[in-house]
Design a protein around this ligand. Structure first.
Ligand code: NAD
Length: 492
């Protein structure tokens, strides 16, 4: 059931859809299928909650307390939430435990930012005191993907709530269950009814209804680039501000001075965590031509030893893809890569042995002899497929790294951090790791350039994007009677 105005609510027309486990195909739960009616109800509830100030105008210390309580409750619920997240995403339990263990600190971080935020006084000329306050925006629409359901929601929800906004979330149709649990937990923690609403359903209907609702103050989407284009146009037509965190295909640049064994481990981690279904998947491994063979051999040795299996088992390292559609897409891209002349070094087929046959499993795949212009090197495949490309010198490495429509993340592997820092300046993307990949923090601004999106999440900047300024000017002298004189008076 949806969570609207603090109550579990079925769809008006009683529709529902199935959530299935991608590792086994088993039904996990049926969930209410919402559309324009439920979105309208949820936005209404959020607007009422915003207008009456039950959250937006209470003392900041009260919001701080509630969000810290929520953080503690989340911490206590991590084992069960990780299990459910793993069951619905197919991501190994070990990954989900590691990822979800970071969630409480996001609520604590943004609550602390709100609690310690200071307004400013501007140097307004004349007998005036002018100060600038940061106030919440209003009702926020948030649309989230399935690959990191709670993490991505938290990156948006924690700052939105800390700043005093009210929210309507449309989670991915693949993974709505943990979002519903979080909404119920938030109510228990003391977030008032109507402040955090969830409508479950499909993108084309519930998502579209949310993106086109004129009552939103802001729409925040994480999803594919094509979804971003549609949603940004729809919301933009209503002059609703938009934040979009979209696709990516991160270069992993191995410099000639890097320790190749560590770089190979890093490249495999970058490429195959979440079965390659991340926006910052290391899908373009750039290596000096003289070291390519050596690096490929090391990567292949690691890729073939990854343990595919039941995501809930501790030894599993690679889970299934999220859906049959995603599995087919991966197969199609591998076929395209072969036609383009790239060479499969390992993998390149479905994994069907034993229990794997029940789920959407694909073997981790490394391509060599890849040119940057090939589609496998340009398009976001969103599966366990990575490409090794070679460069002759640093300038060519930079050219190849930037030769892609995306600009979200990149990593550089080197034994000389200063060299890595200099190189980072030349990469056109939002996040660069040196000798690491996939690392996040609530304090680290997150977002991309080019087709990877617009706006930033996290950090002080991400918090500010959930607020707007309000300027207040106080006249410290007698007000001027403008029409009582013919003198030329200054207007400031
Ligand atoms: P998706 O675009 O298919 O769906 C994302 C969300 O948008 C879902 O809730 C979906 O129901 C909704 N949606 C789909 N069509 C819509 C429409 N027309 N109007 C409104 N809502 C609509 O993406 P996905 O498969 O769930 O997630 C994978 C994508 O997300 C990848 O491209 C990945 O790179 C991207 N992603 C980006 C980041 C980032 O931080 N930049 C993080 C994670 C995932």
């Amino acid at each position: 059931m949806h969570v609207i105005d603090g109550r579990e609510t079925p769809s008006a027309d009683g529709r529902s859809f199935e959530v299935r486990n991608p590792a086994t195909g088993a039904l996990v739960e049926r969930v209410a299928e919402g559309g324009a009616t439920e979105i309208a109800r949820a936005v209404d509830a959020a607007q009422r909650a915003f207008d009456d100030g039950r959250w937006s105008r209470i003392a900041v210390r009260e919001r701080y307390r509630v969000l810290n309580r929520l953080a503690q409750m989340l911490e206590d619920a991590l084992p069960s939430l990780s299990l459910l997240e793993s069951t619905c995403t197919g991501r190994p339990l070990r990954e989900m435990r590691a990822q979800l263990s970071r969630l409480p600190e996001f609520y604590r971080y943004f609550a602390a930012l709100a609690r310690t935020a200071e307004d400013t006084i501007t140097p307004f000329e004349g007998p005036y005191l002018s100060y600038v306050r940061r106030v919440p925006l209003g009702v926020i629409g948030q649309i989230t993907p399935w690959n990191h359901p709670l993490l991505i929601l938290t990156k948006k929800l924690a700052p939105a709530l800390a700043a005093g906004n009210t929210v309507v979330v449309k989670p991915s149709e693949h993974t709505p269950l943990t979002t519903l649990q979080l909404a119920k937990m938030a109510l228990e923690a003391g977030v008032p009814p109507g402040v955090f609403n969830v409508v479950t359903g499909f993108g084309g209907e519930a998502g579209r209804a949310l993106a086109s609702h004129p009552g939103l103050a802001k729409l925040d989407l994480t999803g594919g680039t094509e979804t971003g284009r549609i949603v940004a146009q729809t919301a933009g037509a209503n002059l609703v501000r938009v934040n979009c965190e979209l696709g990516g295909k991160a270069p992993v640049i191995v410099l000639p001075d890097a320790d190749l064994e560590k770089a190979a481990a890093g490249a495999i981690f970058a490429a195959f965590i979440a079965t390659g279904q991340t926006c910052i998947a290391g899908a373009r491994i750039l290596v000096h031509e003289s070291q390519a063979q050596d690096l490929i051999e090391r990567m292949v040795a690691r890729a073939v030893s990854l343990r595919l299996g039941d995501p809930l088992l501790a030894q599993t390292q690679l889970g299934p893809l999220i859906s049959e559609r995603q599995l087919q897409r991966t197969e199609e891209y591998v076929a395209i890569g072969k036609r383009e002349g790239a060479e499969v070094q390992c993998g390149g087929r479905r994994a069907t042995k034993g229990v794997l046959g029940k789920g959407f499993f694909y073997e981790p795949t490394v391509f060599a002899d890849v040119r940057s212009s090939m589609r496998i090197a340009q398009d976001e495949i969103f599966g366990p497929v990575t490409c090794v490309l070679t460069y002759k010198d640093l300038d060519e490495a930079v050219r190849i790294a930037n030769d892609i429509p995306f600009g979200l993340g990149a990593s550089i592997w080197t034994s000389d951090a200063a060299k890595g820092m200099r190189l980072s300046e030349r990469l056109n993307c939002g996040v660069v790791w040196i000798n690491d990949h996939h690392r996040i923090d609530p304090s680290l601004p997150w977002g991309g350039t080019k087709d990877s999106g617009m706006g930033r999440e996290c950090g002080i900047e991400g918090y500010r994007e959930y607020t707007q300024t309000k300027s207040i000017v106080v006249n410290l002298e007698e007000p001027v009677d403008w029409y009582a004189t013919t003198e030329t008076l200054r207007l400031s």
